[in-house]
Design a protein around this ligand. Structure first.
Ligand code: PGA
Length: 245
């Protein structure tokens, strides 16, 4: 999946079908193979029942296998609920739940061991961006969560923290440059197969076309603008226009 709806902590049971109907009115269902949705855990079953070609994912898993860990959800459990990818290391989890690189690395392993595709999020805060130290910052995030892993198939979402939910989208040419650097670091330093590299941070139907046109952008992770089926559909259409047109 290349264009992913990240619903974050939004959505109730009745919302998915409504969302899907609006999405299908706007975009061509035959092309939904490239789309993904990561609803809250509570809606995984609902999405699975009405599943189309859209890939189903979770927004997090525990770094531990099943056991006495109150309040957590394991990789095996989301697999059992029909998920085939998981978003890991999102900046909101790093900040609000103090997730460390070590913990994120364990989550990547857990996901991989259960045949769930990890979508690893990395991205710099505003002060690092302003100081032009983005590359070093991303390098250390990658180092912390991918070092020592072997033969891992994953995708990476580059999400500058200052762009998330702010309307302050990164410049498409900058995104392209950062993506090519991330690709280069991954192939040089780590034993991983980077399936896709996608961008996240204030993507919407107005700005997505120019982002999708960039050579090293394979897709997008979309929060706010993914909650409305029509809006997500318009973003999907921009993607299809460039990659299937
Ligand atoms: P946003 O969120 O599209 O609302 O900026 C993106 C994300 O956090 O994945």
């Amino acid at each position: 999946m290349k264009v992913i709806a990240n619903w974050k902590m939004h959505g109730f049971k009745e919302d998915y079908l409504h969302w899907y109907k609006n999405l299908s009115k706007t975009a061509d269902e035959n092309l939904f193979d490239d789309l993904g949705i990561a609803p809250p855990f509570t809606l995984l079953d609902e999405c699975k029942i009405h599943q189309s070609k859209i890939k189903l994912g979770a927004q997090n898993i525990s770094h531990l296998p099943e056991g006495p860990v109150t309040g957590e959800i394991s990789a095996a459990m989301i697999k059992n609920s029909g998920a085939n990818f998981v978003i890991l290391g999102h900046s909101e989890r790093r900040e609000l739940h103090t997730e460390t690189e070590e913990v994120i690395k364990s989550k990547i392993l857990e996901a991989s061991n259960h045949n769930i595709h990890p979508v690893l999020c990395i991205g710099e805060p505003k002060e690092i961006y302003a100081a032009k130290k983005t590359e070093d910052f991303l390098y250390s995030q990658l180092q912390g969560s991918l070092n020592d892993l072997n033969n891992i198939n994953l995708s990476i979402a580059y999400e500058p923290i200052w762009a998330i939910g702010t309307g302050d989208v990164a410049k498409p040419s900058d995104i392209n440059k950062i993506h090519s650097i991330i690709k280069e670091i991954c192939s040089r330093e780590f034993d991983v197969k980077l399936e896709n590299i996608i961008y996240g941070g204030s993507v919407n139907d107005q700005n997505s076309k120019e982002i999708f046109e960039q050579e090293h952008v394979n897709g997008a992770l979309i929060g706010g603008a993914s909650l409305d089926g029509h809006s997500f559909g318009r973003i999907a259409n921009n993607f299809f226009e460039i990659h299937n047109g």
